[in-house]
Design a binder for this molecule. Structure first.
Ligand SMILES: Cc1ncc(COP(=O)(O)O)c(C=O)c1O
Length: 396
């Protein structure tokens, strides 16, 4: 059998490699604390589970409409207007099975072989994987300490070319937790007007933040800057982190109506329309803010407990947002983050993700080198225990 050429461009994602090794240790009876995968570990709120059960009992098990049930799209539009202060219509919203699939679908719909796609480096590994899969050229923009690990518009501008088709933004970002300010959005839109690229804004961490002000989203930035038609802009997010339901696979994409129209047609090919059961649970999740406020309070308490423990031994600080610590390892390791992660795991059974696994080497430099990503998704006691083990590991 001959598989398609593009299938040869598929590889395993680094975080899952680390997870596989951790699972092998657990099989030997070791208590491993997992800080490598960004899977929320808090329980799913009761009202979301109840809504799903009720929908099942009421027989909501048939096919759902591809864009999402109309009341579901309206619930999302309401969520956008209350949380972001901007009015979008249900027509500007398409329901999708999670943030990761949106990424894939959006790139499939917009990017062609030979196009260039700019994305943050380090970043969510699937960005680069899908760009490669589509036969496009990945153009990484390094996120560096001197710019607070935020997406740097000057470097971005230097990377633009007539082939630039899309830029993927991730604010708040995985793994650095940085948030892009309004001034940078203004520069980005000005460059978009000159070059014509599409902006895909991944905002799946927008509800977990540590400052008073919520992180600025792409649609909000566009509206503030007089671009209320959201031209060439799509923003997406999911319930995974907001409501602790990553396995429910529920998210949405909103923005440019012309792109969404095409996107919707394309979506009809996948047969991945959401069932009424998941839709009912999702409406319950998007319509309630109390559980999100509570979720955020728990992350804040956890980060307040863990970050000060690590500050004396790692180059680490509270991020703007997200549930990651992006920490520099001690100089004695000479930047070898993979060796650091391996030794920590072998001696103290704590898994972290080497920063260089999340970044691409460009011009001989890997912007993830010398750093590790810790996902504080386990409960506070477990994360505090992990931090203590890390302190002992470094001090011994
Ligand atoms: C930056 C980023 N985007 C998107 C996702 C996808 O989340 P989901 O597919 O569960 O919505 C993740 C998950 O970890 C992520 O880190």
């Amino acid at each position: 059998m001959q598989i398609a050429e593009r299938m040869t461009r598929i590889g395993i994602e680094s975080a899952f490699e680390v997870l596989q090794r951790a699972r092998a240790l657990e099989a030997q009876g070791k208590h491993v604390i997992h800080l490598e995968i960004g899977q929320p570990d808090f329980p799913t709120p009761a009202h979301i589970k109840e809504a799903a059960k009720r929908a099942l009992d009421e027989g909501w098990t048939g096919y759902g409409p591809t864009p999402g049930f109309p009341d579901f799209r309206e619930a999302i539009a309401d969520y956008i207007s209350t949380s972001r202060g901007i009015r979008v219509s249900g027509q500007n919203v398409v329901v999708v099975p999670g943030g990761k699939p949106i990424m894939f679908f959006a790139m499939m719909a917009v990017v062609e072989p030979g196009d260039e796609v700019i994305y943050p480096n380090p970043g969510f590994p699937i960005y680069e994987s899908v760009i490669n899969f589509l036969g496009a050229t990945p153009v990484p923009v390094p996120l560096v300490e001197s710019r607070g690990f935020s997406f740097d518009l000057d470097t971005f501008e230097a990377k633009l070319s007539p082939k630039t088709k899309m830029v993927i933004l991730n604010s708040p970002g995985n793994p650095t937790g940085a948030v892009m300010p309004l001034d940078d959005w203004a520069k980005l839109f000005a460059l978009q007007d000159r070059y014509g690229f599409t902006i895909a804004s991944d905002e799946c961490y927008s509800e977990i933040y540590f400052r008073e002000e919520p992180p600025l989203g792409g649609l909000e930035a566009a509206a503030k800057l007089g671009r209320g038609d959201f031209r060439k802009l799509v923003a997406f997010t999911s319930l995974s982190k907001r409501s602790n339901v990553p396995g429910m696979r529920s998210g949405f994409v909103a923005g440019d109506a012309a792109i969404l129209k095409q996107f919707l047609l394309y979506r009809t090919y996948h047969g991945s329309a959401m069932s009424g059961t998941v839709a009912a649970a999702s409406i319950a999740a998007w319509s309630d803010e109390l559980h999100v406020v509570d979720n955020r309070a728990q992350y804040r308490a956890k980060f307040a407990a863990v970050t000060p423990l690590l500050e004396p031994v790692l180059d680490v600080r509270l991020p703007d947002a997200s549930f990651y610590l992006w920490a520099g390892i001690p100089p004695a390791w000479q930047g070898d983050d993979a060796a650091f992660a391996r030794a920590l795991y072998a001696q103290y059974n704590v898994t972290v993700l080497p920063g260089s696994y999340l970044a691409r080497e460009v011009g001989g430099a890997n912007p993830g080198r010398g750093r590790i990503r810790m996902a504080l998704v386990a409960d506070t006691a477990e994360c505090t225990e992990a931090a203590q083990r890390i302190v002992n590991f470094i001090q011994n």
